[in-house]
Ligand binder design. Structure first.
Ligand SMILES: NC(=O)c1ccc[n+]([C@@H]2O[C@H](COP(=O)([O-])OP(=O)(O)OC[C@H]3O[C@@H](n4cnc5c(N)ncnc54)[C@H](O)[C@@H]3O)[C@@H](O)[C@H]2O)c1
Length: 424
């Protein structure tokens, strides 16, 4: 008989995972509190942009429900609910605890419960376990298996990214490994404890945040010296060891890199340790949207632009070719731009039409003096050629992703200002 896996939280992580498990022969059910999302999934429609999800749901809808009882007959329960921060950057574990509270009455002896949401070391023991222990008679296997998916990545997907797993018992870890290896085309590394598995994810994501902060700082510094950081990174990357290229930009967004460090900072603070490095990285990366927008003032002075300056902000999502706007630096840039009385702003993102102020790139570029590229969507990169920018009479391009043809744009007589990279 087919085994059943129940996925709790059918978002960017949970839904692709559910479909991957289904393709590997598991019977899959889903539980989510979002009624609209469940309705779409049941109709075979993807609730967000994801080619794999769209294709798989069109083939066959997934059995999903807003009722937690749907998990009752599952052999495995996977929790992939959000772990955001509050407006003052404090960890918000309410979705995690409330999802566990709602499934608690339906958990059964012998089940495997895997938490995939990103959490700091200690959450499994201090937050997850106390909820489960409200039913002391319950005997289940509990593991943490952090998700590593990289939305929009054509090579690495939920299905083939290797995992780490840590359980409260060796038996739980082994059972968890068996489950994940039955649905993934990837290796699963057993960690010695739950806390080690939690710490792996935090280490990976803070590593990335810190390295991006480092190149962002170098970009600001090189900017004052007129050095092109992109060329310098390409040069440094020829060293075959001990250098891993990271690239500067107008900020760090998304649900992970810009959020997870705060979980660690707060947990360490409570334990009596002050994470100076992590805090500084967050500060530097959070300063980048304002830095990118401030380049307008350089353009204004150099080109003697008159108020109000016609500005087009292109891209709102936090990374290319997806519609996810969570923690996107482009939203912060938009806020800063909207608060400036010397700017007349239009906004366009082909993946986020609901937040765009114009309906097409053509409408965004007509009569625009300064173009700000905030997200390097393929469509935008393809369209923002030097010749096209010239045709629209654009005077300055601010390239928040250092993704455009700097030399070609400058050759057309357009001022090019990137992040640590300009042609003035
Ligand atoms: N998105 C990524 O790229 C990514 C990558 C790695 C790890 N993660 C981590 O995975 C977790 C999930 O992220 P996501 O991007 O899938 O989030 P998401 O917001 O896309 O999806 C989470 C889903 O959980 C549902 N939900 C919220 N509260 C619930 C509750 N109480 N009961 C049942 N369902 C509930 C939401 O309605 C939503 O559909 C987070 O901890 C995140 O940090 C995300």
């Amino acid at each position: 008989m087919k085994k059943t896996v129940a996925i709790v939280g059918l978002g960017y992580v949970g839904l692709p995972l559910a479909l991957v498990a289904r393709n590997k022969g598991w019977n899959v059910v889903g539980f989510d509190v979002d009624e609209k999302k469940i309705a779409k999934i049941m109709q075979g429609k993807a609730p967000f942009e994801d080619v794999y999800v769209e294709k798989e749901l069109a083939n066959a809808p997934l059995h999903a429900s807003t009722k937690p009882s749907v998990i009752a007959n599952a052999d495995v329960v996977v929790v992939a609910v959000p772990t955001p921060v509050t407006s003052d950057h404090m960890p918000d574990l309410t979705p995690l605890t409330s999802s566990l509270e709602s499934i608690l009455p339906y958990l059964k002896n012998g089940q495997l419960l895997s938490i995939e949401s990103t959490i700091n070391p200690g959450v499994m023991a201090e937050v997850v376990l106390p909820v489960i222990q409200k039913r002391p008679e319950l005997n289940i296997h509990i593991v943490h298996c952090p998700e590593r998916v990289n939305p929009g990545d054509a090579t690495w997907s939920v299905a083939n990214i290797p995992r780490v797993i840590g359980g409260f018992t060796k038996d739980a870890t082994r059972k968890g490994k068996e489950f994940y290896e039955s649905i993934l085309d990837a290796k699963v590394k057993e960690m010695d404890s739950v806390m080690e598995a939690e710490a792996v994810k935090i280490l990976e994501n803070t590593f990335r945040d810190i390295n991006i902060a480092f190149v962002n700082e170098m970009a600001k510094s090189f900017d004052t010296l007129g050095i092109d950081i992109k060329n310098v990174i390409e040069g440094a990357a020829t060293k075959p060891f001990a250098f891993m290229p990271h690239y500067p930009g107008n900020g760090v967004g998304g649900h992970c890199i810009s959020v997870d460090p705060y979980y660690m900072i707060e947990k360490a603070r409570q334990a009596g340790f002050d994470h100076e490095f992590l805090k500084l990285a967050r500060e530097i990366n959070n300063s980048m949207p304002a830095f990118a927008v401030s380049l307008i003032d350089r353009a204004k002075e150099k080109l003697s632009l008159q108020d109000p300056i016609e500005v087009a902000l292109l891209g709102l999502s936090y990374k290319k070719d997806i519609d996810d706007i969570r923690e996107s630096p482009a939203l912060e840039m938009r806020k800063i731009l909207e608060n400036r009385s010397d700017i007349s702003l239009r906004v366009f993102d082909p993946h986020v039409p609901r937040l765009s102020t114009v309906e097409s790139l053509d409408a965004a570029l007509q009569g625009t003096e300064v173009v700000i590229l905030a997200t390097n969507h393929s469509d935008l990169i393809d369209a923002l050629t030097p010749g096209n920018l010239k045709k629209y009479g654009v005077a300055c391009v601010i390239d928040g992703k250092n993704a455009l043809d700097a030399d070609g744009i400058a050759q057309e007589g357009i001022l090019y200002l990137g992040i640590g990279r300009s042609r003035e």
